[in-house]
Design a protein around this ligand. Structure first.
Ligand SMILES: [Mn+2]
Length: 354
């Protein structure tokens, strides 16, 4: 993987980050709050690589809500789980901190107070367009990467001084997890030759993709299936069926007995309609998660866009609402009701379709 500058946020190379990590004696690996497969996979891959060099050298901290599979996936690697409203303790015992899969202050909020104190020791490896320079002294942001596990696999191979296809199986499997989940198990428009080539190298290294799929994707709870049925019952098609809404009220969540964080992937269902270009899921946020302004209704919006035949940039839609993400997948929060959010999204999507 080339080390050429790949984003305005990039100010260093993977080689420089690898050198720092190799020279460190205690490394803390962090990723965005509410970690997904790419966040956990990338952090575990680098922690496992460093622990190969020096046993017990690296540890991962995860700030929730954490996915229900995280203990199974992190098994065998030192890690600590923090659930909201926990904030990070002091990081002074570490001589190097690596942040993966984000460089956004917002996504690192529970960690920011402690991170600011050690900023000079912080390196970032990310693939997102949005980010803040203030997060770390060194930043490598490869915006062309489908998953941060692409630059992380390259970093692991530099740390361990071996080809990617010769990475230890547990390192390769963690990289494969991020690559597979950030591409929707190799279905999304971000799949390209380098994604598939890396997947092949990671399989050569011994990643067990069947075990990963079972661990991550085949563990629904009855509450989650009830939640899916409630969400699907709300389908609301607008703009000649090109915009598909689903929504979930607090009462729906309660009645389904679903846990927070069980709403992921619901937009995949409406994306299966042939007419749909943009899918939106709108979820009511409970008062205790609304922050300072708990009395005003707040909704969380998750947006997905198909790239064919006519693409809509949902990152632009989300940004107009104070959020962000990627061109095909983005999110935002908005003060107002579900209907307020629908009206605003419909207006913004219509403008792009026009
Ligand atoms: Mn990612």
């Amino acid at each position: 993987m080339p080390d050429a500058p790949v984003s305005p946020l990039t100010n260093t190379t993977l080689d420089a980050i690898a050198k720092d990590l190799r020279g460190a004696s205690r490394v803390l690996v962090l990723t965005h709050a509410k970690p997904d497969g790419d966040a956990t996979g990338s952090s575990l891959a680098i922690a496992r690589s460093l622990n190969r060099l020096r046993a017990g050298c690296a540890t991962c901290w995860y700030f929730g809500p954490n996915p229900n599979w995280i203990r199974d996936i992190a098994d065998g690697t030192p890690f600590q789980l923090f659930e909201p409203p926990a904030t990070a303790p002091s990081m002074e015992e570490f001589d190097r901190i690596l942040v993966t899969d984000t460089s956004s202050v917002k996504q690192l909020e529970p960690m920011m107070d402690a991170l600011r104190e050690v900023r000079d020791l912080v390196s970032v490896v990310d693939h997102h367009v949005q980010g803040d320079e203030s997060v770390g002294a060194k930043r490598f942001v490869e915006v062309s990467a489908a998953a941060v596990c692409q630059p992380i696999a390259a970093l692991c191979s530099k740390v361990l001084g071996c080809e990617i296809s010769a990475l230890p199986p547990q390192v390769a499997e963690a990289c494969y997890l991020g690559l597979a989940t950030d591409t929707g198990w190799f279905r999304h428009s971000n799949v390209n030759r380098s994604v598939m080539a890396l997947a092949g190298e990671l399989l050569d290294a011994g990643a067990n993709h069947v075990r990963l799929y079972t661990t991550i994707e085949q563990r629904e709870t009855p509450g989650r299936l009830r939640l899916i049925s409630k969400a699907l019952a709300t389908i609301d098609l607008r703009l000649k069926d090109r915009l598909a809404f689903l929504h979930l009220t607090l009462e729906d969540m309660r009645a389904a007995g679903a846990m927070p964080g069980e709403t992921g992937g619901l937009t995949d269902f409406t994306q299966t309609l042939s007419s749909t270009v943009v899918s939106a899921l709108i979820t009511e946020v409970p008062p205790e998660q609304r922050g300072a302004d708990a009395s005003r209704p707040l909704v969380k919006i998750s947006l997905r866009s198909k790239s064919e035949p006519v693409g809509v940039d949902v990152n632009a839609v989300a940004q107009s609402m104070g959020g962000g993400g990627h061109v095909r997948a983005a999110g935002a929060k908005m003060h107002g009701t579900i209907d307020d959010a629908k009206r605003e999204i419909e207006r913004l999507v219509a403008r792009q379709l026009a």
